[in-house]
Design a binder for this molecule. Structure first.
Ligand SMILES: Nc1ncnc2c1ncn2[C@@H]1O[C@H](COP(=O)(O)OP(=O)(O)OP(=O)(O)O)[C@@H](O)[C@H]1O
Ligand SMILES: [Mg+2]
Length: 231
């Protein structure tokens, strides 16, 4: 995995199915990275513009720092590569052209998967699309983005087995790495989007914050700067 060095690192958050948590995770990862002192820009390539809207709520409310969200889809390759630090890209199936463009310019792709059979099927199809796009773009020898999948909206009751089963399937899919930290279904994520605040700004200590911290530290292991909120 690349570290957050001088050259930007492009993480695309994508999946085919709607509502898997792409915008929620992108928003919270962006704010988490900024809290750790990392330069971040985000791209919202979805015509729904959820990420752009929530960033706008944050700006209007005057919460600092704002999350910079671009909505340009032209010349993505040049745009994504011009930023230092972390570049997060939120893209869904509503814009397949932008999705493929983002895929072939990604250092890594993060795939949120709710625990259900249709979501697993959609994820398998999505991995097929990634492989096809990368092969078409790079030929067989080209560099490939790393693929990470994780369960989002996991049930909080351990007795319900869907999340375990989804993880078991994801762990067996060729070419992807399963992130061993799932994010549970927690109401704080809905508040996060409606209020324009990160979950760790809404609650200093909660299960959701603990889960999200483990998840984000797994994705960005080189980021060790601690802030008051986390200390
Ligand atoms: N872990 C979670 N717990 C509870 N609610 C969640 C969680 N993740 C996402 N949500 C909620 O689910 C809804 C859909 O999430 P979000 O908009 O992030 O998904 P998306 O993949 O970006 O959807 P779309 O495909 O429409 O762009 C939102 O209301 C969000 O707050
Ligand atoms: Mg979205």
């Amino acid at each position: 995995m690349k570290s957050s060095g001088k050259k930007g690192q492009v993480t695309v958050i994508a999946n085919l199915k709607g509502g898997s948590g792409k915008s929620t995770v992108t928003f919270n990862l962006g704010l988490w990275l900024q809290m750790k002192g990392q330069p971040v820009v985000a791209y919202d390539l979805d015509p729904q513009c959820t990420l752009g809207d929530v960033a706008e709520v944050r700006r209007e409310e005057g919460y600092a720092p704002p999350l910079v969200v671009y909505q340009d889809t032209d010349r993505l390759k040049d745009l994504l590569r011009m930023h230092p630090g972390q570049v997060l890209v939120d893209v869904g199936a509503a814009n397949m052209v932008a999705m493929k463009e983002a895929i072939v310019n990604a250092d890594r792709i993060l795939i949120p998967v709710p625990p259900s059979q249709p979501d697993v099927w959609a994820t398998q199809r999505f991995i097929g699309i990634v492989n096809e796009a990368v092969e078409k773009h790079n030929g067989k020898k080209g560099t490939e983005p790393e693929l990470f999948a994780f369960v989002n909206r996991a049930d909080t009751h351990r007795a319900i087995r869907e999340s375990d089963e989804t993880e078991e399937v994801l762990a067996q899919l060729k070419g992807i790495k399963l992130i061993p930290y799932r994010l549970c279904q927690r109401t704080i994520y809905r508040r996060s989007l409606s209020e324009g605040l990160g979950i760790f700004e809404l609650s200093r200590r909660s299960k959701a914050v603990e889960e999200f911290s483990l998840f984000a530290e797994f994705l960005f292991p080189d980021i060790k700067i601690r802030t008051k909120l986390n200390s």
